[in-house]
Design a protein around this ligand. Structure first.
Ligand SMILES: Nc1ncnc2c1ncn2[C@@H]1O[C@H](COP(=O)(O)OP(=O)(O)OP(=O)(O)O)[C@@H](O)[C@H]1O
Ligand SMILES: [Mg+2]
Length: 353
């Protein structure tokens, strides 16, 4: 008896789950040992618990016994050869799409409603105005703002298939690449997402997007410093963060929480600076006046306290809110508020140069 002969007998053993291909052609016959009165065949299985393993072992044994003289010892052994782990779409994502992104910056705050999204959208627009290649990922899965703030709510990003995985194409407007869960889910849907689902959706909005070549990818973080934030900061290769606050919040522990989110031992990412939003109020009809309605110098004091630069001060003006509401970011304008965002962009670009 030769090995070749035994292989031929095994051609009769078909794998019912593999389109009835036989175990030889499936490459499952790992080894055949032949001695005078015994035959030992080793079959390789790709899974630890192939439900058909017993059936195939029995069939292989029978195929050999049928052809060999009585008294020949026949043994069929098995080994497990693990398949390469399959990528689960949307969950086990790598960083391939971020390969050509130079700086990934989280825009965070300890507290909600301080203007994080307003600053993110305008900072992205201003960086693009300065000639940089910019993307913005809206990571606020519970309350996405980017579609409205850029008047792109009616649009739907394309998806392209990349091997086993789908990749989403960001929308482009004002020279910026935008991505938000708001393009895919209605607000009331997003609100009911539980932790892990929200985390996964969020990672997809960053890792499964064809960003291409970018100088800056800004990530508008959701408000707060909960589990989602910690996991986001852990899972995305962010270079560091920019913190947004209002002068009113200087004394609040929330800001400290925001700072600590990046500075804690396990994350340890730099904070490139602080943006003081709503630093003063300027009425539309008196553009030269400044009213420090939340107090003066709070941003600088906070920056000093944490040892980070004050990147910029953004006034509270009607045109910034209107720009957010009608999808025309204030940073597109040559008004003082537009220039404030340009100044902010210049400062950040200089720090990250
Ligand atoms: N400098 C500003 N001048 C005028 N209005 C502003 C300014 N900054 C923010 N706003 C307005 O304040 C509101 C809250 O801003 P925004 O949504 O950017 O805050 P946020 O920190 O992202 O909030 P959330 O925590 O809900 O994500 C918006 O209506 C926005 O237009
Ligand atoms: Mg927001």
């Amino acid at each position: 008896m030769k090995e070749q002969e035994i292989k031929e007998w095994l051609l009769a053993v078909e794998h019912p789950a593999k389109g009835d291909k036989n175990i030889v052609e499936l490459g499952m016959v790992e080894n055949i040992e032949v001695s005078e009165d015994s035959i030992i065949v080793t079959l390789a299985f790709a899974k630890h618990r192939d439900p058909l393993a017993e059936y195939l072992i029995g069939s292989a044994k029978a195929a050999i016994i049928r052809n060999t003289p009585i008294g020949t010892k026949v043994e069929v052994k098995t080994i497990i050869k693990d398949e390469a782990p399959k990528k689960k779409p949307g969950l086990d994502l790598g960083f391939e799409e971020l390969a050509n992104v130079k700086h990934i910056i989280g825009i965070a705050s300890g507290k909600g409603g301080v203007g994080k999204s307003t600053v993110s959208v305008n900072l992205a627009t201003a960086l693009a105005r300065l000639g940089y290649k910019v993307g913005l990922a809206d990571a606020d899965v519970y309350g996405p703002s980017v579609p409205k703030m850029t008047a792109t709510e009616a649009e739907m990003p394309d998806a392209i298939v990349n091997g086993e995985q789908e990749v989403i194409m960001p929308l482009e407007k004002y020279g910026v690449k935008w991505m938000s869960i708001g393009y895919f889910a209605k607000p009331e849907q997003a609100l009911i997402w539980r932790g892990p689902m929200a985390c996964n959706a969020l990672k997809q909005m960053i890792l499964q997007v064809r960003w291409g070549e970018l100088d800056f990818l800004l990530i508008d973080m959701p408000p707060g410093t909960g589990d989602i934030h910690i996991s986001l900061v852990h899972d995305i290769p962010m270079e560091g963060a920019v913190i947004v606050s209002t002068p009113q919040d200087v004394a609040l522990a929330d800001v400290e929480k925001g700072v600590n989110m990046f500075r804690n031992e396990s994350v340890n990412k730099p904070i490139f600076g602080l943006v003081e939003n709503m630093a003063w109020f300027t009425p539309a009809e008196h553009p030269d006046e400044k009213y420090y309605i939340f107090g003066q110098g709070g941003g600088q004091r906070m920056a000093d306290k944490y040892g980070i630069p004050l990147l910029g001060q953004i006034p509270i003006v009607q045109s910034i809110r209107e720009g957010g509401d009608n999808g025309q970011p204030a940073a597109l304008s040559t008004r003082p508020d537009g220039l404030a965002f340009l100044g902010l962009a210049e400062k950040l670009a200089e720090i990250l140069k």
